[in-house]
Design a protein around this ligand. Structure first.
Ligand SMILES: *Cc1c(COP(=O)(O)O)cnc(C)c1O
Length: 365
């Protein structure tokens, strides 16, 4: 990392913020067929056939032209589907791209980002890249969020707050009345990351009419079975969308993904059918894991969060891995560890549960 320039002095060309950070580590991605993946909350089913047809059509037409920089055709379709004005919609190369654009648009070096904990770890890495500080507030034992989440910061200017809802890794939800209260009390905008909202009973879209302090992020990766496609979108006040358009890459979404995304959000039949299959697998997971002695909060996402005090859970993760099942082992500083398990097909879910039963018996011995 250290390099000598011509006078022989040693210079480190890399920004100190980047040298200091560890970098986000995504969940393991084994080669196809090597393991059953229940570790990154992907959807186990094929996407709507209409999505693949849309991709083939665009490919057949050729790809020699740049895509529409703001993906207006998608914004129009999304405005119809979600009842949100077109000028309030911004598209991204996955919602991780939108989270990056948000951080770059709202937070300067030295300023403060507010995060709940335990939650999505990427937010912290984005703050570090920006040279910003992140302040975390722990969830209460019942997964409600204390009011200190809304307080101004004593360490600097609070510029943005992130709140996944449903939360990861817990799968728990804050009711939308509470989200509105949090947004109104915060001295800055609140990003509600709704990556899992399609599996929940409710969402925060209706709050957009009540306050311009709420920004809602969505992704096609989980509830549309399109993690490999990379497409996300957000809803925000037009003044924020306009600011973010200046920050994003000119062509952050490609023609294939824009066409696929339109087909995906328009096929509501596919989504209803998929949603009920995932919710069924989730309830099998929750009930059986509780019978096996785990503490499992009620989940409104496509995964469950499983902890226990009477034995370590890491050996269970390792046993599953040896037997071809990947789940996510998470360990949060000053909080504790647990296993996050995604809802699979019925067969995957029941096979995983019988392996867990065996692992619990071995670990208990
Ligand atoms: C999976 C996930 C995302 C990322 O979605 P992409 O669109 O695949 O980038 C964002 N937020 C949360 C909380 C997630 O779990």
């Amino acid at each position: 990392m250290l390099q000598k320039h011509s006078e022989g002095k040693t210079v480190n060309y890399i920004r100190p913020e980047i040298n200091a950070m560890r970098g986000y580590v995504p969940g393991e991605q084994p080669k196809a067929g090597e393991a059953v993946k229940l570790n990154t909350n992907e959807n186990p089913y094929r996407a709507s056939e209409k999505v693949y047809a849309a991709i083939r059509k665009v490919a057949d037409e050729g790809l020699s032209r740049y895509p529409d920089p703001i993906a207006d055709s998608f914004r129009k379709a999304a405005a119809q589907r979600y009842g949100v004005p077109q000028g309030c919609i911004l598209c991204g190369n996955g919602s991780d791209d939108l989270l990056t654009i948000l951080t770059r648009t709202f937070i300067s070096s030295g300023e403060i980002l507010r995060l709940p904990c335990p939650s999505y770890i990427l937010y912290q890495s984005l703050a570090e890249i920006q040279g910003a500080k992140s302040e975390t507030v722990f969830f209460n034992n019942d997964w409600s969020l204390p009011n200190s989440f809304c307080a101004a910061s004593s360490a600097g200017t609070l510029k943005l707050a992130f709140l996944p809802n449903p939360n990861s890794p817990s799968g728990t939800v804050l009711p939308k009345e509470r989200v509105l209260q949090i947004a109104e009390q915060l001295p800055c905008p609140l990003v509600v990351d709704e990556a899992y909202a399609d599996f929940a009973e409710d969402n925060c879209i209706s709050l957009l009419e009540q306050t311009d302090k709420i920004i809602i992020c969505r992704t096609l990766s989980k509830s549309f079975s399109l993690a490999g496609l990379r497409f996300g979108f957000l809803f925000a006040a037009p003044k924020y969308v306009e600011a973010m358009l200046k920050v994003k890459d000119s062509y952050n979404c490609d023609s294939l993904s824009i066409a696929a995304a339109i087909a995906a959000i328009q096929d509501t039949d596919w989504q209803q059918d998929n949603r009920s299959k995932i919710i069924a697998a989730r309830s099998v997971l929750v009930n059986r894991m509780r019978e096996l002695g785990f503490t499992v909060p009620d989940s409104q996402a496509n995964f469950t969060w499983n902890t226990r005090n009477d034995m370590p859970v890491k050996p269970i993760y390792e046993y599953l891995k040896q037997h071809g099942y990947l789940v996510r082992y998470m360990n949060y500083a000053d909080w504790g560890d647990g296993l996050r398990i995604s809802a699979g097909t019925p067969e995957q879910t029941s096979e995983c549960l019988s392996l867990i039963e065996k692992a619990v018996l071995r670990t208990a011995r």
